[in-house]
Design a protein around this ligand. Structure first.
Ligand SMILES: NC(=O)c1ccc[n+]([C@@H]2O[C@H](COP(=O)([O-])OP(=O)(O)OC[C@H]3O[C@@H](n4cnc5c(N)ncnc54)[C@H](OP(=O)(O)O)[C@@H]3O)[C@@H](O)[C@H]2O)c1
Length: 230
């Protein structure tokens, strides 16, 4: 049974982008443990084969989808292929290379970072929002970053900063319609993106990463910090 003040997500459908590894894999496992059905995204469906099998054994329904989020045609196809969903967990992202000579950050780093981390995330929101609004219930979690004062990673950090602004601007009007849009800062974790020197294990993202999905008191436009719930 869901905890008091938590939404009951049993039987709901969630799309988790970047579910093949790292934080997305944990989020998918966490949602399934609450009885939520999953659409697992990665760049190749084979990337989520093992996880899909594992989750099906827990009794939830699972679908697998693929898309390169650097390509807006593939984003459009992904939205059409998924159909209506209740929960969108925008987790997939790329981190551009560490550039000590940051005044020379190549234009391509800004382009690729904004394409995957900002534009595709926003377009996924816009693709799935109409059904959520119509049904009067929805949850969107956009994964951001607590990264600060590291100009060497500027192309990455400002793509996340734009996402933060997007969420704070759209959240209030959508909350009135039962659709809660929030941000998650997972903390610095040992994943392919976070690297081996991060202080936190990937598992430490749970249970905090589920809070912006389970939230049931109208909270929207908030930055949830996963490490606060350990
Ligand atoms: N790890 C940290 O310390 C940390 C800190 C702050 C924020 N974050 C954020 O947390 C989220 C997850 O990070 P992570 O550490 O779990 O990353 P990760 O281990 O590198 O996993 C990235 C996931 O995103 C998918 N992905 C990457 N580029 C893609 C693209 N161009 N098109 C489609 N899918 C793509 C990957 O799919 P494939 O397997 O198919 O490549 C994979 O499933 C990201 O938004 C990241 O910015 C992470």
């Amino acid at each position: 049974m869901p905890e008091m003040n938590h939404a009951d997500i049993r039987g709901r459908w969630a799309l988790v982008t970047g579910a093949s590894r790292g934080i997305g894999r944990q989020v998918a496992m966490g949602l399934a443990s609450h009885g939520c059905n999953l659409i697992l995204h990665s760049r190749q469906t084979s990337g989520t084969d093992e996880l899909a099998e594992e989750l099906r054994e827990t009794g939830v329904s699972v679908r697998q989808v693929m898309a390169e989020l650097d390509d807006q045609n593939q984003v459009d196809r992904l939205i059409a292929e998924c159909g209506p969903i209740d929960i969108l967990y925008n987790n997939a992202a790329i981190m551009t290379r560490y550039t000590p000579e940051w005044l020379s950050t190549p234009a391509e780093d800004f382009r690729s970072s904004f394409e995957v981390n900002t534009i595709s995330v926003i377009r996924l929101c816009h693709g799935f929002l109409p059904h959520m609004i119509e049904s009067g219930w929805g949850r969107i979690v956009n994964v951001t970053s607590g990264i600060q004062e590291q100009p060497e990673l500027l192309a990455y950090s400002i793509s996340k900063g734009a996402l933060d602004k997007y969420v704070t601007d759209i959240a209030p009007s959508l909350a009135e319609k039962g659709v809660l849009v929030n941000l998650l800062d997972p903390g610095w974790l040992r994943t392919d993106l976070g690297g081996p020197n991060a202080p936190n294990s990937v598992e430490s993202v749970l249970p905090g990463a589920l809070e912006p999905v389970l939230v049931n008191d109208g909270t929207a436009g908030k930055l949830f910090r996963a490490q606060d719930y350990r």
